[in-house]
Design a binder for this molecule. Sequence first.
Ligand code: HEC
Ligand code: HEC
Ligand code: HEC
Length: 422
Amino acid sequence: MKTARLALLALLIVVLAAVALAWPRAEHIPSSSAQAHAPTAANIERGAYLARAGDCIACHTARGGVAYAGGRALDTPFGRFYGPNLTPDVDTGIGAWSADDFWNALHNGIAKDGRLLYPAFPYTNYTKVTRDDSDALYAYFKSLAPQRQPNRPHELGFPYDSQVLLAGWRLLYFKPGVIDTQPARGAEWNRGAYLVEGLGHCSACHSTRNQFGANGDELDGGLIPTLGWYAPSLTSGSEAGLGDWKREHIVALLGTGISPRGSATGPMAEVVARSLQHLTQDDLGAMASYLQSLPATPAPKPARVPPASEQVLAEGGRIYAASCAQCHGDDGRGKLPAYPPLAGNRAVTLTPAVNAIRMTVNGGFPPGTKGNPRPYGMPPFGHELDDAQVAAVLSWIRNSWGNAAPPVTAVEVNRYRATMGD
Ligand code: HEC
Ligand code: HEC
Ligand code: HEC
């Protein structure tokens, strides 16, 4: 019975997908004036700024490669993608693309040759970029020096290499759209919403993905499986919700990577370094307004996990005194701005504890930014402490100085170590 139902469901998806593929594509291409994408200094400068707000460089530049010439490998649970060449080389880049083609990629997720694009390119967010901003981006990319660099084919296993399946996915999870402007909220809030939901693509990391790799706009937190990091919920007061932060602390966190309430590390440090630190104070303030207005989600029910044994906690306390206290302090209060507090620090009590595990094993740095050019780092302890010891010290930290969070197990440390390539 069950298999029959599954087979029917599969058939239905295939039929729907076939219909979607055959359907004349509504391309919703609003007209644009030639002026909007003309290669004027003003358009190019605005496009360069928007490219930073969208962090286009992150996925379209190979490590050590020419900016925007593509080749950056992006691992996902579905295979490895390579960001394509966005320089205006006619044969290998976007040299032959029109401003309409460019908009069609950003807004509809469709390439110049009609191919459906994979959502590893976050067009599910960029669809909200206005035609005007798309045109400025186009003017900017067309102004770059053409770089001849053929695109590397993605390495996807069956069935993820199928356009039919992708058409089905888009039918279920993608709707081209524009930002839902709310005049009553004022210009600043709307600008913030536009940046966070659109170009900033915060939800690409900060929301839960289902087993098909689709995510909502909720900013409710999500594990980035291939990176081995947890992007905390931006709506939960017990995770990274910003409702009760001072606005200037949010602007500092996004613009410099550090703030009295927390610092950016790992993938978030890269987002700050490449993208957010280049935004104007006005735009960062607008994002802060929007982020602070997100409705708070209730704290999740505490998981029923047995507490760590007295013995494990005692060992954790010993390790802390010997290896951690010189920076984070006996009282867990740290020494700002160099060493963050661990007492009352939400990054320490997150569940899953992957970020804290990762930090202890591999160490880490906030980003080097104009506002914080020489960040203090956290040394790696992966070779000094085994899985059980990392688990013990973190369990102790998560239950000292008023912190209260489920213990970390050696099994968890071991599982996450495997994705960290330390
Ligand atoms: C998280 C990674 C990521 C980011 C960030 C990103 N892209 Fe991409 N982009 C991709 C991938 C992967 C593809 C290839 C998708 C495919 O082939 O199906 C792509 C494809 C494209 C294409 C189609 C190119 C072609 O040859 O078919 C355009 C245009 C594009 N991106 C523009 C941009 C712009 C503009 C930005 C910044 C606003 C940006 N991308 C940011 C990953 C990214
Ligand atoms: C590439 C994935 C990625 C993207 C894109 C991303 N984040 Fe993050 N973010 C993370 C991860 C992972 C963490 C946890 C590490 C940390 O605390 O810095 C994080 C942490 C944060 C924190 C908590 C920092 C703290 O310590 O209190 C805030 C706030 C935040 N992100 C806001 C944003 C906003 C706003 C955007 C969009 C402009 C964004 N993030 C885009 C991955 C991402
Ligand atoms: C030499 C100083 C130093 C020592 C010793 C040290 N840390 Fe850190 N630690 C830091 C710095 C600096 C950061 C902030 C790094 C960043 O934001 O990327 C940090 C961050 C952290 C974080 C993440 C906090 C956050 O806000 O994201 C955890 C968890 C942590 N340390 C645990 C430990 C543990 C456990 C030990 C001992 C085994 C230890 N630290 C020893 C300097 C130190």
